[in-house]
Design a protein around this ligand. Sequence first.
Ligand SMILES: [Zn+2]
Length: 175
Amino acid sequence: MVISNETVNENKLKQATEIVTGLQNELKDYITKGHGPFLAAVYDENGKLIAKTANSVINETCSNNHAEMNVIKAAEKVLGTYDLSPYNLSLYVTSEPCMMCLGGIMWSGIKAVYYGVPSKRVEEITGFDEGFKPDWFNEFKERGITVYGNIAQEIGEAVLYDYVEQGNTVYKPER
Ligand SMILES: [Zn+2]
């Protein structure tokens, strides 16, 4: 079931469902090219795509290269700014942002986040560590960032199940 930190706006949800579903389908191709199983895109308020990037932790050997961090860097490069807040941009991503990406989103000036699979399910299906995230829906609301979660969740979960079944790498530091 979709969750949000505002009263659910059916138009936003409809558009987000289309975009997130599209990202889940595209993600399969990125995985076969060696990317991690997460894909993010940034759109402006007119529905124009600004940037789209997948997780590249393994193929670019950098633990910070989550899809959301990559797409924020790409969008800032496209627009030539370190502050996206004047652009009223939305970030769409195939799974819930981890604790690092929540920070990255806050410092970027992104105004809305729409994600597919919730972190708990990502951890259960894959074994990836998503970190601790105390009450981030309310924290983002206070910062003027809209959040919608669990969008087209079943489609996203199927992609993650495939990632694991195909024997792809689940990376995390040892404890
Ligand atoms: Zn992340």
